[in-house]
Design a protein around this ligand. Structure first.
Ligand SMILES: [Zn+2]
Ligand SMILES: [Zn+2]
Length: 242
């Protein structure tokens, strides 16, 4: 269930059931004692993800932060479970979604009211389940040192207002969240805070990056040669997004 994509970047597959569970990426050079979890997963998947982090050989005591590509339920759902096991981990979210999380405004988390009433009942989620302190608000263009690996924050709104990607320019490695997937798929753009026009712009921005390794948060990853597929995906979807 784990694949080390490059040195210091592990892919932990989501464990989809009735609802999707986002992938998690563990980032940080071995020996750095500074590891980052990128996205968490659905409610109830905390134990599975913790077990997988252990299998990467990453001690929980060396996990410094949990960085969210965005705050949809299938990504943030088990964040409280992970925080309970990794209390020292900071939470980093793009500024366009961080404030809502801090206020306990869960409209973006839930996506839409029909889905919200379904999952609140299904998982007995209390009203303030995801109200938490965000230690760092991320902004477009910031350069992060994640355990010895350089990543640039790329704001790519459209799937949600505060969606971000993380780009390792030297390796052409892009963590794309739910904005663009492998196999000519893109994220949905009909949920709270989504915007097809913004998504079109974000996809065009991604097509202009030099991406070789595409690491999305659902389904397959593309471990090399992703550039042409990304450009085709963007060209194909463009006419539907405006
Ligand atoms: Zn997702
Ligand atoms: Zn999403």
């Amino acid at each position: 269930m784990i694949e080390q994509v490059i040195e210091g970047v592990w892919w932990i597959r989501g464990q989809d059931d009735f609802l999707p569970d986002s992938h998690m990426y563990v980032v940080g050079l071995p020996g750095s004692e500074d590891f980052t979890l990128v996205d968490c997963g659905l409610m109830g998947k905390g134990e599975y993800k913790l077990d997988q982090i252990d299998k990467c050989g990453v001690p929980l005591g060396h996990v410094r932060r949990i960085l969210m590509t965005h705050t949809h339920l299938d990504h943030i759902g088990c964040l409280p479970e992970l925080k309970a096991a990794i209390p020292q981990a900071e939470v980093w979210i793009h500024s366009d979604e961080a404030l809502a999380i801090e206020r306990g405004d869960e409209r973006i988390v839930m996506g839409n009211s029909m889905f919200e009433s379904m999952v609140r009942g299904m998982f007995s989620i209390p009203k303030d389940a995801f109200q938490l302190t965000v230690q760092r608000n991320l902004e477009d263009g910031e350069l992060l040192n994640l355990g010895g690996l350089p990543f640039k924050v790329v704001h790519i709104p459209g799937h949600s207002a505060g969606s971000i990607g993380l780009l390792h320019e030297g390796r052409g490695l892009f963590l794309s969240g739910d904005t663009i997937y492998a196999d000519w798929a893109i994220g949905r753009y009909d949920l709270v805070s989504a915007d097809p026009t913004q998504l079109k712009r974000s996809l065009e921005l991604i097509a202009g990056l030099d991406v070789d390794i595409l690491l999305p948060c659902h389904n397959r990853i593309v471990n090399g040669g992703a550039g042409p597929m990304i450009k085709e995906t963007v060209a194909q979807w463009g006419p539907y997004l405006s």
